[in-house]
Design a protein around this ligand. Structure first.
Ligand code: CP3
Length: 357
């Protein structure tokens, strides 16, 4: 039986995965799936600046849908960036070819006090608008994902001003002025709740929090500073839709991350999915975790790792994904092979989902 024969409603499948259920097949998408490995994305970027694409709903919609059109991914993530709210909170933001740059970073209590809790329906209206248009364009059967940066990862950029290994300035701020840093994380959390609620109101099926840099902290600091701010966001959303929490290099933090309140934990390839499932139990769904660099390997390697990843959870409470964003020079045919391999594996009785359509 092929996946076409199953004719599965992608949204049902995705939501069932988020609830930890046994699945006829595992939904698959890729972080950063709208991006530079796609020639049609590069074509748009040749004509428009990155932030211009984010802030022009027609362009954001087009690039969000590109990977769905070409690869048939099972979820569409809206095209935007985790730094968009930093700008709406009052920081200057540039996003050039060398990555993000915030020329007036947050370095003091006065800087933190100036950060605005913005109204997402006016200050970042382009984002809910893009979600509404994507939903309209692809219809009700395809899940559309909203997202935001998690407080610590966003704070890393707001304090450091750019990507920097180790984020020493951010850590130094945290160690010297723990109270002010708490206030910064709390303020980001308070701004993020309405920002995500606006995306949910616009039709997001689920939302993902990106905490790329939380693995930089030890368990104690993670528990004291980061976890409460993540919990504040997730509980503030009030179970409107499933929440996926992405963390990288976070093996040492997993016991704490399990208490975030997220329905789905998205992890990288440094952790063993089966081991996390044994430790955390079946209620928390898992997303991941193929190394994006595997997509530079030969077809047999891509298939082998994808199948091993799928088999490690046996098609229960699993969303197949990469462990971090797809890399810019990835051959499109390898991304295609990853998606197709993931979608071809059938697990539990496929009939209910097929009939649910
Ligand atoms: O997943 C998607 O397809 C949706 C879009 C998306 C982007 N950034 C587009 C983007 C998402 C979900 C993000 C999240 C994001 N942005 C994170 C968290 C996930 C991660 O990758 O760690 C972070 C840390 C950022 C901040 C950011 N934005 C950096 C560090 C950079 C520069 C590095 C790079 O990849 O170029 C960006 C720019 C960016 N954001 C690009 C894209 C497609 C590349 C810009 C371009 O097109 O020139």
């Amino acid at each position: 039986m092929t996946i076409q024969a199953l004719s599965i409603n992608r949204k049902d499948l995705f939501l069932r995965a988020c609830r930890g259920e046994a699945l006829p097949r595992v939904p698959v998408w890729m972080m950063r799936q709208a991006g530079r490995y796609l020639p049609e994305y590069r074509e748009i970027r040749a004509k428009h600046a990155f932030l211009g694409v984010c802030k022009t709903p027609e362009l954001a919609v087009e690039v969000s849908i590109q990977p769905f059109r070409r690869l048939g991914v099972d979820a569409i993530i809206v095209f935007s960036d985790i730094l968009i709210p930093a700008e709406a909170m009052g920081l200057q933001l540039e996003l050039g070819d060398t990555g993000p740059n915030l020329p007036n970073p947050v370095r003091s209590k006065a800087d933190v006090d100036k950060l605005k809790i913005f109204d997402p329906e006016t200050e970042t209206a382009f984002l809910p608008e893009a979600i509404r248009q994507i939903v309209k364009s692809v219809g009700p059967d395809v899940p559309v994902l909203g997202f935001a940066g998690a407080p610590w990862t966003l704070a890393c950029y707001m304090v450091e001003g750019k990507t920097k290994e180790g984020f020493a300035t951010a850590k130094s701020f945290l160690y010297h002025e723990p109270k002010t840093f708490h206030e910064l994380l709390h303020r980001i959390a308070r701004a993020t709740i309405p920002y995500l609620k606006a995306q949910i109101a616009a039709g997001a099926t689920a939302v993902q929090l990106f905490d790329t840099w939380c693995g930089e902290l030890d368990l104690d600091d993670y528990n004291r500073f980061v976890l409460p701010a993540v919990q504040e966001i997730i509980s503030g959303l009030g179970h409107l839709v499933p929440v996926i929490y992405y963390t990288k290099a976070s093996h040492h933090l997993l016991p704490a991350i399990a208490h975030s309140g997220a329905n789905v934990l998205s992890v990288d390839w440094r952790v063993d999915l089966a081991e996390i499932r044994r430790t955390l139990g079946p209620k928390i769904a898992l997303q991941g975790n193929v190394d994006p660099a595997i997509l530079f390997g030969p077809p047999e390697k891509i298939q082998e790792v994808t199948l091993d990843t799928l088999n490690s959870l046996g098609g229960r409470g699993h969303i197949l994904n990469l462990g971090h964003g797809i890399l810019p020079h990835t051959p499109v045919e390898n991304a295609q092979l990853f998606i197709e391999t993931g979608q071809q594996v059938l697990f539990h009785d496929a009939r209910p989902a097929a009939q649910a359509r």
